[in-house]
Design a protein around this ligand. Structure first.
Ligand code: GAL
Length: 376
């Protein structure tokens, strides 16, 4: 009997417990990966490649983890969207004080796209510099031949230096008198912001880039979509053919609308975009907009949430990050959001909710758990 017991102990030690058995999506709960650890990929997005899903997101330092080099962009792979294998850090901070990406700098909302022409995987992310809070407002780019990485960090920049937005009226290119003295959030200030106060201020050095996403349009052109102008206006910036730089062609979207956390998708002839307001880690009422063309005009459709008053005020306690279209199922889309836990970001919860339609507009409802394979 002792021998049998010993045999089982040895077997169990050799093969650590593998929990490859998630069968339902359970928004808001801990989501164990195939090693049983909560998926540490936040503010992220998913790329479907060669029959496998790859989930990229902020790999936050778990509580108590002192090693700041253990930080960057996490990558997980899955065949079924339920059970995810940790592929490790796709991009890691660089342990060199001469690097902008040194430990202590902040990497947020990373997204990866595949470039068919070059055969390379391209990652962009919101990058803030060590010790500077959110002041730098840069976007960083990294590239890899392998989807899971390691990604080679190329550089960080403020986009579109020295160029005006395509949809920027000629008369807005010169400053109005006294615009620097206007009181933030006064009517005059909001008017001046809408008319390009910050675009003019940042013309030489490049436009601010904070919350971001990437979107590859049906013609293969890619866009870097980011909160700019002190988070007051979204910029849709065209990327070069290799996706590694900006062409200088960009559009202002919803000027003065104070949108962040953009997540774009296309369905039945229209583009849709989820965004949030700008209240930091605290959730706020979600927003959805639509447009016939990616460059606009974007029309606000209101709050997409269909829940209790409290749920609608907080987007089911989440903030948008991505919309996933289920491959092969043209009209099945999932809203991906983060329920941030600011004092333990690694533990932030994943809020995945199926997108439903109401009078032709996308809406989301709470589902405590659901079978992603049964969505219609
Ligand atoms: C949110 C933003 C997050 C993070 C946070 C920091 O507004 O969406 O990605 O930057 O602010 O406070």
């Amino acid at each position: 009997m002792k021998k049998v017991f010993l045999f089982f102990c040895v077997i169990l030690n050799c093969f650590p417990a593998v929990t490859q058995n998630n069968t339902l999506i359970k928004p808001g709960e801990l989501w164990p990966d195939t090693e049983g650890k909560h998926i540490n990929a936040h503010g992220g997005g998913i790329l479907f490649y060669n029959g496998t899903y790859f989930w990229f997101g902020e790999s936050r330092l778990p509580r108590g983890e002192k090693d700041r080099t253990n930080y960057g962009v996490g990558c997980y792979s899955s065949k079924d969207l339920l059970n995810w294998k940790n592929e490790g850090l796709a991009l890691r901070v660089i342990n060199d004080t001469a690097s902008l990406l040194q430990p202590g700098s902040v990497i947020e909302r990373p997204k990866v796209i595949f470039n068919r022409r070059t055969g390379k995987f391209v990652m962009w992310f919101h990058h803030e510099l060590k010790g500077q809070g959110y002041k730098a407002a840069l976007t960083g780019v990294a590239v890899s031949d392998n989807i899971t990485g390691p990604y080679k960090y190329l550089r960080s920049l403020r986009p579109n230096a020295g160029t005006w937005p395509v949809n920027f009226p000629e008369e807005n290119k010169s400053a109005t008198v006294n615009e620097g003295t206007l009181k933030s959030w006064s009517d005059e200030w909001i008017k001046a912001v809408k008319e390009g106060l910050f675009v003019r201020r940042d013309f030489e050095g490049g436009q601010m880039a904070r919350d971001m996403t990437l979107y590859v349009d049906r013609d293969g052109k890619a866009y870097h979509i980011h909160s700019s102008e002190e988070n007051m206006t979204l910029h849709f910036s065209e990327l070069t053919d290799n996706y590694l730089d900006f062409t200088g062609k960009y559009y202002r979207v919803l000027p003065g609308g104070s949108n962040e956390a953009p997540a774009i998708f296309y369905s039945r002839g229209k583009y849709y975009m989820f965004t949030s307001g700008t209240t930091g880690w605290k959730p706020n009422p979600g927003r959805v907009s639509s447009a016939d063309k990616l460059s606009g005009e974007w029309k606000e459709l209101g709050n997409p949430c269909r829940g209790t008053e409290d749920e609608n005020k907080t987007t089911f306690r989440s903030q948008s990050t991505f919309v996933l279209q289920i491959p092969g199922k043209k009209n099945i889309f999932i809203y991906l959001g983060d329920r941030w836990i600011p004092d333990n970001l690694a533990d932030s919860r994943h809020i995945w909710l199926p997108i439903e339609w109401e009078n032709g507009n996308p809406v989301i409802r709470w589902h405590g758990e659901y079978d992603i394979n049964k969505l219609k």
